[in-house]
Write a protein that binds this ligand. Structure first.
Ligand code: ADP
Length: 268
């Protein structure tokens, strides 16, 4: 008995240690990439702004100066993009580690599903407008879920932001809510690039990005869905996905529609 228990504990400790080491290695790699890019871009910017050597022809000097300014702007824009992404990566990592470390939920409160949807749509509005994507809500009004309103808005916001990021211009993203017994299902459907069968079970893993997403360079971090999954499971809920490569995706957040005590089995 004792020996077996010890053996299990040792194996678990090893597993936890391996997961921790993999995580640190992943994080270091993910941070190194944008930092390396920033270093190269800063060097390029320094080169482009180096005082020009004596140029006797004033016309050629002016042309050179104009070219240098244009190049500098391009480098500065890329520095801005990379540093924005780096900032997002760090704040999502912090969020994820907070969620993973949470012993238990802060006391669940009744939360209006309409308010969660409105907040999530607000977060995606700028990006949606830039791509002429229509954000549509359908379904039952006045539903209530139980948990933390900020976390629910973060989870649904991540799903809506993804739907916009992985959709074609001039399409639509539909958010719907449905009461299903003890749960409320909130679905986000898009008509975007979709996810192939090989990637579908892996998209909730930290840092996992399908090839189609990587090649699009949408500035994603691969952490958004891991955060969604943690929020759902910390609340006793779930997140599911249905998708087809090239055929759009539907992500469904299933959240508790009763306070936790009401979800316990009744005493005999
Ligand atoms: P990212 O920052 O890359 O969007 P996520 O964790 O939010 O990270 O998503 C992980 C991966 O799942 C994405 O890189 C993409 O390959 C895929 N994905 C997520 N949402 C969608 C969607 N609505 N349509 C197509 N692919 C998606």
């Amino acid at each position: 008995g004792l020996v077996a228990i010890e053996a299990v504990d040792v194996t678990d400790a090893h597993r936890v240690e391996r997961v921790r080491r993999d995580f640190v290695a992943n994080v270091s790699h993910e941070l190194k990439t944008p930092i390396g890019a920033l270093q190269l871009l800063a060097e390029a910017l320094l080169d482009a702004t180096e005082p020009a050597s004596e140029q006797p022809d004033p016309e050629a000097a002016a042309a050179q100066a104009a070219e240098d300014v244009a190049a500098s702007r391009r480098f500065a824009e890329r520095i801005q993009r990379e540093s924005t992404r780096l900032g997002r990566l760090v704040s999502e990592l912090l969020e994820l580690s907070r969620l993973q470390g949470a012993e238990r939920l802060p006391d669940p409160e009744p939360v209006s599903v309409d308010a969660v949807i409105a907040e999530a749509l607000d977060r995606a509005r700028t990006n949606a407008a830039a791509k002429h994507i229509e954000l549509v809500t359908v379904g039952t009004r006045g539903l209530t879920v139980y948990g933390n309103d900020n976390q629910f808005a973060t989870a649904l916001g991540n799903l809506v932001e993804n739907a916009v990021a992985y959709s074609h211009e001039q399409s639509a993203v539909v958010v719907s809510a449905l009461a299903e017994g003890d749960r409320v299902d909130i679905s986000v459907s898009d008509q975007g690039i979709g996810i192939g069968p090989g990637d579908l079970d892996r998209v909730f893993e930290r840092f996992y990005r399908a090839d189609q997403a990587r090649s699009r360079s949408t500035g994603g971090t691969g952490l958004g869905l891991a955060i969604v999954k943690h929020i759902a499971t910390n609340h006793g809920g779930r997140v599911d996905v249905r998708s087809r490569l090239g055929g759009g995706s539907t992500f469904t957040l299933r959240l508790p529609a009763r306070p936790p005590e009401a979800m316990l089995p009744l005493p005999a």
